[in-house]
Design a protein around this ligand. Structure first.
Ligand code: ADP
Length: 674
């Protein structure tokens, strides 16, 4: 057993690993640890008491209440948990304590292996300004800019005009896009510096800023590097993470869509030089922005990245296995010349968020979860299963969907298909947005820059496809499957009273509201020989559907298509080859009184707190009057009177926390006697 203490690094073999993280990354680390015969310890907050990472680990220890500062950020409790369970090492995952030099030092002081780089490396790269000074010395290209110590406004103003506008102000200690300001001319500098400093101080406790030339159409390219405690450093190709929203990655791919062979060689050489210059050990990512043929270092992340699976997909290597072997003190599994790449991989980040409402996080219980088959080049990394609840405490990423294909377009096609097979009900997701994004012509051509999403946001968010007959047929099939599931077995689509018998045919009408339009189709039973037909705009075509564990197949006029249908009450999220649609099924047999705009009552549109009551019970109301205000997820929702008449009662008071769908107000309409 070798013990290697190298500039703040302890490596040693261990047989039990504590994972100081949650969600998909904790589950993913457990998987590899188990394959290597290492026992695992999970830690959890009260919000995660029965989360997947807790269930999958061999042991688990409660840390504390839900907020991260009381649980996943409590270095002291995590070290105590490692000691209590005899874990010889801690893997920090990403986020939380993964780049916290103090935590790495605590591990070392307690003789626990920290699965990450030496403390000095975390420190060196923890400040973007310090990192740039180091890189300058190693000949790694930098974005033109200022990263000096002096922070007075005269120095910063002079630096910005030397660099030339537009410039980007960044928090030196920054991350996650916080503390960044784009400044287009000298007039805006003073205010932007003050704003960036305020945000940096609040988020990182350090208001040091740097200034960079703002590149207007850059790409984001990063290199996966790995070092071991014997001094070897290798790179495992690049990833392109150009598809971003607000400087946050949305879709990643490997290799880059556009690099030439020479560019690939030189960017990897620069990344290895960066890693070597700080004696790097473990997994790290050197990030660059590229414009034209030039690329510039922006920062190094001293941890495993969210998007590491695309590198795994093209190299066939398990990067967590590499991390654990390096933490044992072993040499890297492969020498540089033996690391090869095949094909192309994409990763999309599936979030519980609502693109239609400015990407607001969506919370709630996942009542339906179906993921694509994970054979044939498809991988799903997640920490959730059906029945789990998304709380507002943590990042709302639900899953990472990763695909591999022999070339870039094949991989994109596979992603398009896999996305239609991912169904999540109960929370709103960005799946439809991702589907539109990967179908974007510039994305397919690989002709991207970091501003693409922002520029085309309107079409990416709402979509522009019209419902075609196959989409309507799919909607009808979804209604029938839903009824089959909720009714007693043995009944046919015709059993509801009044549904049929019209001139010898059986006919049933289906109507849907989409936006402000109403669309419809009729299901027609055309007798023994012809079977079921769907009639749209007077044209009837043969129709069949087949629902199985794998999904819903709809046949219209003999042509089969696979569709995905997710119900949330009467709202149908329908994804077909033509796009994704939100439909409201208008059922003639159900009084639509449970909707928030029902005839004589309203219900809470989402869980939230009642912040204001504007009309007291017993008072007269006019249709459309604001009655009460609910605040949910930092947004205010006003509930209005559905009728003119009287507000009879309210089932809440200011400060009440209300669940979605609860009836909050009952009204009495004035019947016009004239
Ligand atoms: P953070 O650590 O907050 O994530 P980064 O420095 O890694 O910040 O930058 C995040 C993203 O911001 C980059 O991927 C890129 O899209 C954009 N960005 C960073 N620097 C520049 C620049 N000089 N010009 C244009 N865009 C930039």
């Amino acid at each position: 057993m070798s013990v290697n203490r190298l500039s703040g690094l302890l490596t040693r073999r261990f047989d039990k690993l504590l994972i100081a993280n949650r969600g998909e990354i904790a589950c993913r680390i457990i998987r590899t640890a188990r394959a290597l015969g290492i026992r695992t310890v999970a830690v959890y907050s009260d919000a995660d008491a029965s989360a997947q990472h807790v269930l999958q680990a061999d042991e688990a220890i409660r840390l504390g209440p839900a907020p991260a500062r009381d649980s996943y950020l409590r270095a002291d409790l995590i070290i105590a948990a490692a000691k209590a369970t005899g874990a010889g090492a801690i893997h920090p995952g990403y986020g939380f304590l993964s780049e916290n030099e103090g935590f790495a030092a605590e591990c070392l002081a307690n003789d626990i292996v920290f699965v990450g780089p030496p403390i000095e490396a975390i420190r060196a790269m923890g400040s973007k300004s310090e990192a740039k000074k180091l890189m300058e010395g190693s000949g790694v290209p930098l974005v033109p800019g200022y990263h000096g110590d002096a922070q007075d406004i005269e120095t910063l103003t002079a630096a910005a005009s030397t660099i030339g506008y537009p410039v980007l102000i960044k928090a030196s200690a920054g991350g996650g896009g916080k503390g960044m300001r784009i400044v287009s001319d000298a007039a805006g500098l003073v205010e932007a510096v003050a704003g960036a400093k305020r945000e940096a101080k609040a988020s990182f406790g350090d208001d040091h800023v740097l200034i960079e030339k703002y590149l207007t159409r850059p790409r984001h390219i990063e290199v996966q590097v790995f070092g071991d405690s014997q001094g070897n450093v290798v790179s495992l190709f690049e990833r392109e993470c150009t598809l971003q929203r607000r400087h946050q990655k949305v879709i990643e791919e490997a290799p880059s869509a556009k690099l030439t062979r020479d560019q690939r060689d030189s960017i990897q050489a620069a990344a290895r030089a960066a890693a070597r210059s700080i004696g790097y050990v473990g997994a790290g990512t050197v990030e660059f922005i590229a414009e034209g043929d030039a690329f510039y270092f922006i920062e190094m992340n001293t941890r495993l990245q969210v998007e590491h699976p695309v590198t795994e997909a093209i190299t066939g290597q398990d990067l967590v296995e590499w991390q654990l072997k390096v933490a044992f003190g072993e040499a890297l599994p492969l020498a540089q010349e033996l690391i090869t790449a095949t094909g192309h991989a994409f990763e999309v980040r599936i979030y519980a968020e609502d693109p239609d409402r400015g990407f607001l996080p969506s919370i709630g219980r996942i009542h339906h979860w179906r993921q694509p088959d994970t054979t044939a080049g498809v991988r799903v990394d997640t920490g959730f299963v059906e029945g789990d609840t998304i709380t507002p405490n943590y990042d709302p990423m639900l899953a990472k969907l990763v695909v591999w294909g022999p070339d870039r377009l094949a991989a994109l096609d596979r992603m398009a298909d896999a996305l239609t097979r991912f169904e999540i009900g109960g929370v709103t997701t960005n799946i439809a947005f991702l589907s539109r994004l990967i179908a974007h012509p510039l994305v397919r051509r690989g002709d991207m820059d970091t501003g693409l999403i922002e520029r085309d946001l309107t079409t990416l968010v709402s979509g522009s496809a019209d419902l075609t007959p196959p989409d309507l047929a799919a909607a009808v099939a979804a209604c029938l499957v839903r009824e089959d599931a909720s009714r007693n077995k043995g009944l046919s689509p015709w059993d509801r009273a009044g549904a049929w018998m019209l001139a010898g045919q059986r006919r049933r009408a289906f109507s849907f509201r989409t936006g402000s339009a109403t669309v419809g189709a009729s299901l027609v039973y055309a007798g023994q020989s012809k079977g079921l037909m769907i009639e749209i705009n007077g044209i009837a075509q043969p129709f069949r559907y087949f629902a199985s564990e794998a999904g819903l197949d709809v046949f219209l006029d003999g042509r089969k298509s696979r569709v995905s249908a997710v119900w949330d009450k009467r709202e149908l999220g329908l994804t077909t080859a033509n796009g994704t649609f939100k439909l409201h099924w208008i059922d003639p047999y159900v009084i639509e009184g449970t909707d928030s705009l029902g005839a004589d009552r309203f219900t809470a549109p989402m869980p939230g707190a009642v912040t204001r009551i504007l009309i007291e019970p017993g008072s007269p109301v006019s249709k459309g009057d604001a009655v009460l205000v609910i605040e949910a997820m930092k947004m205010e929702h006003t509930l209005r009177a559905p009728v003119t008449g009287k507000l009879v009662s309210l089932a809440c008071s200011v400060g009440s926390f209300v669940d979605e769908g609860i009836v909050l107000g009952v009204f009495e309409a004035i019947v016009d006697a004239s």
